[in-house]
Design a protein around this ligand. Structure first.
Ligand code: RUQ
Ligand code: CUA
Length: 866
């Protein structure tokens, strides 16, 4: 089969067979492009699987660790379009993250031993779960460099809390959640003393410790509760990744490690480096522990030591209560991944070519029978490797991480050294398929691939190196996320996405349908408490208050002004500015900054933010809105004036401005009043249309209308002011208020027309498949270049065209097919003369013309709506 036929078949199956005719024109074009750009058929297939047309949404949303940027990156699959960066441990200027006082407070929660830490090494994001499945409510992520966990609310994609680990000095195996998000798991990486004192490295085995912190999560409050959290002390084996058991293994968790040698390095002393000593043993230890039981134990003060104000369960206590065990695992293990049933635990060893599949049932049997092969130096019982496992499979060089598919037993594993993804079966222990990736893959991200409900379809390779994949942009290359189609028998590489932000250690993907973010906050909300902000200010409540040398400004922002517009303070005053965005309209965010003071706030609709600074420099400082929010965005500004109370200022007013004459003013006044009247008529006609067609029945339309009326509702007050000024003879002022009225009208009309367009689409008669194809052909054929439905533009309006001629359908068909034949027809000739344009031959196929006629019929049926 040649590629054109194959491509047609593929598309035909997807969109309906009738498209084949349209495609014949498209395919020659396609062939041309392929040749020009050197594309293969595989490239085209990949493009068709990922390309997401304008306005269409993605099926999955990925939360990727932003690596050293300390942020979280959000993007869609399959389009791989980046949607957001979430500020977490690091300031993020656009969102004001770290530049207004409310977000600074969150960043300050993450200060470590009192030190401002403004970067983070984010590693593992985790989505909250219910019954082991993603519930789409919260996201957690760790910072390896400074052991911290952040809580992100997925209602507004904003970080709400950062907790610092009280005993660790680094972390790696976090964040992972238990199946109902009872706890967030954070495993230590580099063992260190739990206290904050000096302990020589020679005391490593005695004093240095590893462990796992179980952070209690309160789902109702959406916050971690440090007082109810605890740490399980573990030997200094460098605990690495973790995973919580689910279903059959619910209540247990698994953490591996890579330094059972307890090697302490010392190159400078002539000793071999860490890397040699830490990889000497053939096996390390998988830590198997019963978090459920340990959580109960932690409630009794007898069972815990309090270190740095935090509960720690000592190793002996965990051992005494049969809650902590070790099982050998092959050389330098890395990933530990529990399968959807909870029975199998897959561990990969970086220096082993095998994956080891542990069987939870076998582990439980050994524990029940107290069948141990020995104890480690800390007294922890060790289970036999051979007796704990279901089997081992040779996968390739450097296996790291695994993700599951909905097919029973199917699993995907990354091979770091081989730069491959291998698909295999952990039950039959057989390798099924391999694909090359570019290059040195670390994690891989399946669609809900580590939950109890994996979705399959795609897998994303998170590669450590890009090397030659993109244009060379200097020694530092971007990261490379590669999207792989796993729906077929063979894996197919679809797309390379460069990410220029930081090493994306791990990413998690969730069905977009499970996320329900808010459109706006209730007016005056503080997003970090969910409560009304202390500085909530509604329209009419704007004010400046002075308390001693502290000036409080209660300001509002709405298109396109900030109220107040002048703030005068004394040099040395403390200044607090509260800003409330009064907008209700979706996506109408304002930003706020003041020259020189290094402050910035992002105000989403309904939000209130606080900014603090000391006005320590005399001068004039413009402040303005930093989001291009309307045609008068540049005018959305004001002045902070800082005067020195010790100085005497002499008036500098010299320039005489030319005043307009009374007649000129009247002329301008009348003009603006007339403009407002005409604009209001447009608004009224739109309102009439909306009411007649019961806009209130359609929630999305209703929302827009409410937003529009919100703007419109501000007019009477302005009108009153305009009329009062006019009565007093202050025409200048009256003009200014009339101008303000026009501003509100423009915003009302803008939203009203959007509402109308949306309503038309909702209430029009349903389109037949043929009419839909016709609309596509109409647009793609370029007909809309000259014809606008419902309007005369550079060509005649086509509503009613089918009834303008006898035998209308036949006439239109012939005319589109061969317009040249009609150039001398008296009617057509008159049109040509009028528009000074000839209808060109668009080389439409018969089928396309038929479809267009179906579309025109639909237009006629709904003529009243255009
Ligand atoms: S780890 S590349 Cu930092 Cu998640 Cu394995
Ligand atoms: Cu608000 Cu620009």
């Amino acid at each position: 089969m040649d590629w054109v036929t194959r491509f047609r078949k593929l598309l035909g199956a997807a969109i309906g067979v009738c498209l084949v005719t349209t495609l014949s024109t498209a395919s020659s074009e396609l062939e041309k492009i392929m040749k020009k750009r050197g594309l293969t058929q595989e490239d085209l297939l990949a493009a068709a699987k990922t390309y997401t047309p304008s306005g269409k949404h993605d099926k999955y949303i990925v939360f990727s660790s932003g690596g050293q940027s300390g942020q979280v990156i959000v993007y869609g699959v399959p389009s791989m379009r980046i949607l957001k960066y979430i500020g977490v441990f690091t300031p993020e200027p656009w969102q004001g993250w770290g530049y207004d006082s409310d977000t600074k407070k969150i960043l300050e929660q993450g200060y470590y031993h009192g030190k401002p830490i403004t970067w983070g090494d984010t590693h593992h994001p985790a989505i909250s779960e219910t019954d082991g499945k993603y519930d789409g409510r919260w996201l957690f992520i760790n910072d390896k460099a400074n052991p911290r966990i952040a809580v992100i609310d997925l209602h507004d994609f904003v970080t709400k809390q950062i907790v610092v680990n009280p005993v660790f000095k680094s972390d790696h195996g976090g964040a992972f959640v238990t199946p109902n998000t009872e706890y967030v798991i954070e495993a230590c990486q580099y063992a260190a003393p739990f206290d904050n004192n000096y302990h020589p490295i020679e005391e490593y085995a005695d004093v240095y410790r590893g462990g796992v912190t179980m952070w209690k999560f309160d789902r109702k409050k959406g916050r971690i509760v440090p007082e109810k959290s605890f740490t399980i002390e573990m030997p200094p084996y460098m605990q690495d990744l973790s995973d919580a058991g689910k279903n059959m293994s619910y209540g247990w968790a698994f953490t591996n490690s890579f330094n059972s040698e307890m090697y302490t390095g010392g190159i400078q002393k002539g000793l071999p480096p860490f890397e040699a000593g830490m990889s000497r043993n053939d096996t390390d230890y998988l830590h198997v522990y019963n978090w459920k039981k340990l959580a109960e134990l932690a409630k009794d003060p007898k069972n815990v030591k309090i270190i740095n104000g935090h509960k720690v369960i000592p190793i002996e206590v965990a051992v005494k209560h049969d809650a902590l065990f070790l099982i050998p695992e092959p050389k330098s293990p890395h990933g530990v991944d529990v399968d959807p049933t909870g029975q199998y635990i897959v561990v990969c060893g970086k220096l082993d070519t095998h994956a080891t599949v542990y069987d939870f049932k076998k582990i439980m049997k050994l524990i029940k029978n107290k069948e141990y092969v020995g104890k480690d130096p800390f007294g922890i019982p060790i289970l036999d490797l051979k007796k704990s496992i279901h089997g081992q499979v040779e996968l390739g060089l450097g296996p790291l991480h695994s993700q599951f598919s909905p097919v029973d037993g199917e699993i995907y594993t990354s091979l770091y050294v081989d730069s491959q993804v291998v698909k295999w079966n952990f039950k039959t222990l057989k390798v099924i398929d391999k694909i090359n990736v570019n290059y040195n893959i670390g994690h891989l991200c399946g669609m809900e691939g580590k939950t109890a409900d994996p979705q399959g379809e795609y897998i994303i390779a998170l590669n450590k190196l890009a090397i030659d994949r993109f244009n060379n942009i200097g020694p530092l290359h971007p990261q490379n996320h590669q999207l792989i189609d796993i729906s077929g028998k063979k894996m197919q590489l679809l797309y390379d996405m460069p990410l220029p932000l930081g090493e994306p250690h791990q990413a998690v993907a969730i069905r977009a349908s499970k996320l329900h973010p808010e459109v706006r906050y209730p007016m005056g909300t503080n997003p970090f408490t969910g409560e009304p902000h202390e500085g909530k200010t509604l329209a009419g409540q704007e004010r400046i208050e002075r308390k001693g040398n502290h000036v409080y400004v209660y300001a509002t922002m709405v298109r396109s002004h900030i109220n107040p517009e002048h703030i005068t303070v004394n040099k040395g005053d403390k200044v607090t500015i509260f800003l409330t965005n009064l907008e209700r309209a979706e996506d109408e965010t304002h930003g706020f900054t003041v020259d020189w003071y290094n402050v910035h706030a992002s105000l989403e609709p309904g939000k209130t933010a606080r900014i603090d600074f000391v006005a320590d420099r005399e001068g004039v400082f413009p402040y303005y809105c930093t989001e291009f929010c309307s045609a008068l965005h540049l005018e959305m500004m004001g002045y902070l004036l800082v005067k020195d109370p010790k100085k005497k200022y002499v008036s500098a007013q010299k320039v005489k401005l030319k005043k307009m004459s009374k007649e000129e003013l009247m002329k301008e006044y009348k003009k603006i009043v007339a403009t407002n009247k005409a604009t209001d008529e447009v608004i009224q006609s739109v309102v009439k249309f909306l009411k007649e067609h019961h806009y209130e029945k359609y929630p999305l339309v209703k929302q827009l209308v409410v937003d529009a009326l919100d703007q419109y509702g501000k007019i009477p007050e302005q009108k009153k002011k305009a009329d009062e000024a006019f009565k007093k003879g202050d025409i200048e002022k009256a003009i200014l208020f009339e101008n303000m009225i026009w501003q509100y009208m423009v915003k009302t009309a803008d939203m009203g027309i959007r509402a109308k367009d949306l309503l038309v689409r909702k209430i029009a008669t349903p389109m037949s498949e043929a009419a839909k194809r016709g609309e596509v052909a109409f647009k793609e054929g370029g007909c809309n270049g000259c014809h606008v439905i419902g309007k005369v533009s550079s060509g005649p309006d086509l509503t009613g065209v089918l009834s303008r001629h006898e035998n209308g359908e036949k006439w239109v068909f012939e005319f589109i097919k061969n317009p040249e034949k009609f150039y001398n027809d008296p009617y057509v000739k008159a049109m040509i003369d009028y528009f000074n344009l000839k209808m060109p031959n668009q080389n439409m196929s018969d089928q396309e013309i038929k479809d267009i006629i179906e579309y025109l019929k639909w237009v006629d049926e709904n003529a009243n709506l255009f």
